[in-house]
Design a protein around this ligand. Structure first.
Ligand SMILES: [Zn+2]
Length: 364
């Protein structure tokens, strides 16, 4: 793996219950010198995916997750490096970036018994796949926006590595790297971290985008993502930031009060296909963007940051891009998915996208 000129090191160990953990960046010379000293029972995963025939989508039922760690005291954070007093998920005394299998995964490796009725409308299947946690920094009080560009580059190298490796697992159809930030989003651990899901199916939103893309291709013989980006460039009023390799804009029909989509100028299917200069520029641009989000309301922005990558088997027309949005619409007001959004899937946005883009430009 490389980040610019810098090679990113990777080392793997197994945790006490058999889960994989990977150090990225500056790692212990001999990671095995720091074994996991905890007594852990094996991970129990009983997820299944049930088919909703009316909406035509899978729903994951993961009842075992109700018992997961919920907002522990700061001195018992399971994502800190281990100390003699606090044996955490990360056995080493320090790290830069760490990825490990979630102990409370939504998707699991072992097939669970399914209580669906084959041949009926009640269809279920094992929710195989994998859920991983990405610790962005050993510093408990940091956030992604606090990272240096070089450190963000190590996170990026980890995302690339996991995209490659998880796509190779049996039955995995899509790899999704994302971050939920802030208690307002429902984050259960405040330590700066993201997640990676490897799904056994193409997710509903990706499926809708693929269908839109296929329809556009049929009627115009062109790529929809390319033309959306071109239209935003031509209009210009919603562009927030731009570089040689990336453009960040508020989409014309933004769903959220402050929502920015970040596209590479040259379409690629996934993070793996990005060149080193594009990766390096992304880190600078993304950190700038996150810091602008935090300046919007004078306090840390609760946000969701979502990498959209081509599914494993449908790669031709899909364009890698990042969607970043905050649910905060005013200093003391959050945007909830209430009746119209949750009941009908019909979004209403109180902030005009052009005004959101102007605001974000001015916060530089
Ligand atoms: Zn922590």
């Amino acid at each position: 793996m490389t980040y610019g000129d810098q090679r990113v090191r990777k080392a793997e160990i197994r945790l006490a219950d058999g889960r994989e953990l990977m150090y990225f960046g500056a790692i212990p010379e001999h990671p095995a010198d720091y074994p996991d000293r905890r007594q852990l029972t094996p991970v129990q995963v009983q997820s299944q995916a049930r088919w909703d025939p009316l909406l035509g989508e899978w729903v994951i039922i993961a009842s075992h997750r109700q018992d997961r760690t919920f907002q522990p005291a700061a001195d018992q954070c399971p994502l800190d490096p281990s100390t003699p007093e606090n044996l955490t998920e990360i056995p080493a005394p320090d790290y830069e970036v760490v990825v490990f299998e979630n102990r409370f995964p939504t998707l699991g490796a072992q097939p669970a018994a399914c209580d669906g009725d084959p041949g009926s409308l009640l269809v279920a299947r094992p929710a195989i796949g994998r859920c991983e946690v990405v610790c962005f920094s050993p510093r408990h009080d940091a956030s992604f926006a606090d990272l240096s560009p070089a450190h963000a580059g190590i996170v990026m190298a980890a995302w690339v590595d996991r995209t490659i490796e998880l796509a190779r697992l049996d039955g995995v159809e899509q790899v999704y790297c994302f971050e939920n930030r802030g208690g307002e989003i429902g984050v259960t651990l405040s330590h700066p971290h993201g997640q990676i899901y490897a799904y056994p199916y193409v997710t509903p939103r990706t499926d809708r985008m693929l269908q839109a893309c296929a329809g556009y291709r049929r009627s115009t013989e062109r790529n929809l993502f390319d033309d959306v980006l071109a239209a935003e460039h031509a209009d210009g009023s919603r562009i927030v930031l731009g570089g040689s390799y990336w453009t960040a804009f508020v989409p014309y029909a933004a769903h959220w009060p402050y929502e920015v989509h970040v596209y590479p100028r040259e379409r690629v299917p996934d993070l793996v296909a990005l060149g080193d200069p594009a990766k390096a520029e992304f880190c600078e641009l993304y950190l700038d963007l996150l810091r602008r989000f935090d300046r919007l309301f004078g306090k840390p922005a609760p946000y969701i940051s979502a990498w959209h990558q081509a599914p494993v088997r449908y790669r031709d027309d899909f364009a890698l891009h990042l969607e970043l949005f905050t649910i905060r619409r005013a200093p003391d007001k959050l945007k909830y998915l209430a009746g119209s959004e949750s009941g009908m899937g019909a979004f209403a946005n109180d902030v005009r996208p052009e005004a959101a883009a102007k605001r974000l430009r001015e916060l530089g």
